[in-house]
Design a protein around this ligand. Structure first.
Ligand SMILES: Nc1ncnc2c1ncn2[C@@H]1O[C@H](COP(=O)(O)OP(=O)(O)OP(=O)(O)O)[C@@H](O)[C@H]1O
Ligand SMILES: [Mg+2]
Length: 287
């Protein structure tokens, strides 16, 4: 792949962003049309996001990067049904997520969300934490425990099902959070800096794990991060958000075959893409 070939790097500014032709043939999973968010407080009005147009296909892994405060978490919260957009529309498999300021629970209940903190229940075992969404929706105990077992194996926590969160490392806790998000077989997995609190080596291992899990489950993932290397390593596309107001500045298609090994990070093309993104983010700082 050549970093400057039109197919490898797909960049646009301002125009409607869609999946580049020929990349994936699956159905559209998620569509954002003119999505914006304004926060109004007594002291200030903040236009956090404006005119976000993005189409994500089934099975795609989309990384979102941008400087602190550019609206990444705001975007994720709107996708997760936690924060209503001020303008625009969010469609999950063609169905509107928001009806005014109300999120459609039938859509929200099919989303998996992972935040920076694992947010596990300390008095629940690993298996019980993983199965919590299944318990909430009323699945019977035998089927939830079977699913928890399957997921513990999937995220590399086989043998730890009966452990409690305090007995796990940060990386293991985050894997429990990922397994919990996957328990309902979500249509969409939404992740907000899930590995931000981990050391570099653990993070690298978690990136490989997440890639494996995403491929094994054919999950559609929106993955938010500050980390350019992580964004490019995992992403089929990388969306760069610029701040004040948060807008899509560019989208890069990352053409490396999956599964990718960490060695891909030493390839010149990888370096060129990461360098371009770093320069663009540096420019954001000056704005
Ligand atoms: N509940 C809120 N009320 C008012 N303003 C808010 C609220 N939440 C976020 N903002 C503002 O919206 C903008 C985007 O915030 P957001 O948390 O989405 O940024 P971010 O890209 O996730 O940053 P970081 O990388 O630091 O996590 C910021 O200017 C922030 O101050
Ligand atoms: Mg954030």
């Amino acid at each position: 792949m050549s970093a400057d070939s039109a197919e490898a790097v797909y960049q646009t500014t301002g125009a409607r962003h869609t999946t580049p032709p020929g990349k994936r043939s699956g159905a559209t999973k998620l569509e954002l049309i003119g999505v914006g968010k304004e926060f109004r407080t007594k002291r200030a009005h903040t236009q956090a996001l404006e005119g976000i147009d993005l189409t994500i296909q089934d099975g795609e892994f989309v990384s979102v990067i941008g400087r602190s405060g550019c609206g990444k978490t705001t975007l994720l919260r709107m996708l997760a049904g936690l924060l209503s957009p001020t303008t625009g529309q969010i469609l999950v498999e063609g169905k509107s997520l928001w009806n005014g300021s109300k999120a459609d629970t039938s859509v929200v209940s099919q989303l998996g969300v992972v935040f920076q903190e694992a947010n596990l229940f300390p008095w629940y075992s690993v298996a019980e934490n993983i199965a919590l969404p299944l318990q909430l929706r009323g699945d019977d105990k035998a089927s939830r425990l079977a699913r928890a077992q399957e997921l513990a194996d999937l995220v590399g926590l086989g043998g730890f099902e009966r452990s409690y969160p305090r007995e796990l490392s940060g990386g293991m806790r985050q894997r429990v959070a990922i397994a919990r998000a996957l328990s309902i077989r979500p249509k969409l997995l939404l992740m907000d800096e899930p590995f931000g609190a981990l050391d570099a080596l653990t993070r690298e291992r978690m990136n490989l794990e997440l890639q494996r899990i995403a491929l094994a489950t054919n999950a559609t993932v929106v993955f938010i991060t500050h980390d350019i290397t992580e964004a490019v390593f995992l992403g089929d596309r990388v969306v760069h958000l610029t701040p004040r107001p948060g807008r899509i500045a560019q989208i890069k298609t990352i053409g490396f075959q999956k599964p990718r090994s960490i060695d891909v990070e030493t390839e010149p093309e990888f370096g060129a893409i990461a360098r371009d993104l770093r320069h663009a983010l540096d420019e954001d700082e000056k704005r």
